[in-house]
Design a protein around this ligand. Sequence first.
Ligand code: C5P
Ligand code: MG
Length: 320
Amino acid sequence: MAATACGRQAWRQLMRNSCRGPAATPSKLLRQQQPYRLAFQRQTSSTTRTTPSSLLRQQPLAQRSYSSGSQGGQQTPPPRSSNSQIKFWPFVVLIALGSGGYMLLINRRKTMPPTTQTTPAFSPSEVTVLFVLGGPGAGKGTQCARLVRDYQFTHLSAGDLLREEQDRPGSQYGQLIKDCIKNGEIVPMEVTIALLENAMRDTITRTGNKKFLIDGFPRKMDQALKFEEVVCPAKLVLFYDCPEAEMEKRLLERGKTSGRADDNAESIRKRFRTFVETSMPVVHHYEAENRVVKVISTPPPDQVYADTQVQLKKALGDKF
Ligand code: C5P
Ligand code: MG
C-alpha cells in the first residue's frame, strides 16, 4: 500500500514537472507532452494492480517510452533544468521499495506451504496401494487372487466396481458405464475414483485392512494424477506384460462363460486400442519415475506368480 501511494505521488510530481517545463511554447509543449502522456497512461493502468514485481516492471516501461520518443527525432525529451534531479528521485525510492517488497514476498513464500496443494484422503505411510496394470486378459485378476491369499491384500478391481455401479438400481451413471464398457472406453475419472475411495474407506472401517491391490487402474493419466493427489499415492505399479495375440485368445475363451458384454471380438479390438493409446502412457509415466515392477505374463499363472513374488520382494523387501 505504501508503495502504491508513493507511486501515485511520484507520478503527480512527474506530471507537474513536465507541464511546468521551462520552454513551454505551444508546439514544444505538444511534442514534449506526448511521450509523457503515453508513459502516464501505461503507468496508471499498471498501478491499479500494484505488486512488488509490477513496481519493478514499471520502471523500464517509463524509460522505454522516454527513449523511443527521442530516438525517432519527432519528440524530444524536455531540457534538463535545475530541478531535473527532483523528477527522478521518486523512481529511486520506487525501485528500492519495490525490490524490498519483492524480496520480502519471496522469503515469505519460501516458508509458506503452497495453497493449492490437496492432502490425500489416506496417508501412504498408513495405507499401502499397489496399482496393478496390464492389457485386457493379461492376467491381473488371476495374480491378484494369489497375492490376496498370501499377503493379506484387499483386491479392488476398478472394472468390477464399475460393473457393480452399472447394475445398481437407481444409479445415475449406469447407462454411461454400460456404454463405455461396451465400447472399450474409459469411464470419466470422477466416477471411478469415487467408487475406489468409497471401497477403500469401507474396507478400512469394516476390516481394518489397509493394504490394497487396485486392479485395472489407473487406465488414463488423469486418473493416475487425480487419485494420487486426492486419495492416496501408490507405492508402486505392478505391470503384467503380455502380447496381444495371447490376450485375445484368453479373452475369447473367457467370453464363452463370463457373460461380459465386452468379451467379444469387436469390443476386444477397441479395448486393445484404448490400452495402447491411453493406458500405456500411464505405464511409461511410472516407468520414468522408477515405480514399475514389470512381469511377463505369457507363461502359465503359477509361473507368472512365482516371478511376481521375486520381483515384488526385490522392490519392497520380504515384507510387503
Ligand atoms: O479391467 P476390466 O477389463 O474389468 O475393465 C472393463 C472396462 O471397464 C474397461 O474396458 C473400461 O471400459 C472400464 N474401465 C474404466 N476405467 C478403469 C477400469 C475399467 O473405464 N480404470
Ligand atoms: Mg479383471
